[in-house]
Design a protein around this ligand. Sequence first.
Ligand code: ADP
Ligand code: MG
Length: 271
Amino acid sequence: MSLISASGVSVRFGGAEVLSRVSLSLSAGEIVTVVGPNGSGKSTLLRALLGIQRLSGGKVARRPGLRIGYVPQRLAIDRSLPMTARRFLSLPRPCTDAQAAAALTRCGVADLADRQMVALSGGQLQRVLLARALLHAPEILILDEPTQGLDQPGEAGFYRLIEEVRRDTGVAVLLVSHDLHVVMAASDRVICLNGHVCCEGAPHVVSQAPEYRALFGFGTQGALALYRHDHDHSHGPADGPVHVHGPGCGHDHSHGPSHSHAQKEVHSHAG
Ligand code: ADP
Ligand code: MG
């Protein structure tokens, strides 16, 4: 049985259907990345899976007793209230000093326990949030844009950490990214969402060639991959198993020169 699944899930806000018959399921130990433009319903889908979003149709199933570590997209920290990272880890559920230290160490931020939350950099904050999500031995991590605001080396470092955590604990990971083309290389599947599931497939792991290193920048090697999808053409066999669901995804496929360059590079090196 899958850990968590949505079948035919629809969500409306007022008159607007934000999710339309979305189906998705995650098995133990899998890493699934959901990509999609802003407003495409990614956060709403995660909330639906967590059971904190009312559905207008469809069903969500979670394995009974499933332990979930959730990192929401936005964290409201009251900047007037002093709070250390250590204290933050014990909210809302207390943990021991040993548990807190182990989680912070696992996330590479052991030295930040006594630091004020508001004083953390973007990358440090994401690691503290991940540490909190890891505290109670989750079977699945649900992470909403955890690399938002990080540069590519920062993003790659975070993805490597997730990969290590999966390797060491077997945790499944459902991760949302707003980047349509550059995804976590360790993703078993990428799902492109735009109100509905546009397409899904495996990420295209980038080769070791210097051109790719130049493209992704120093320090990112191995952690990032390209997800190739374009709903305006049909995919040949050489493109691998990308499954297109329905017509016109409607999102913008041109993402500036570096992305179109990336797409061309991959095409010219394929096979
Ligand atoms: P994403 O995470 O992909 O950026 P969201 O799931 O946050 O997208 O939002 C999808 C759409 O639903 C957006 O148009 C957003 O404005 C709308 N929306 C999200 N939450 C609410 C809400 N509580 N009430 C009304 N509209 C909402
Ligand atoms: Mg969102």
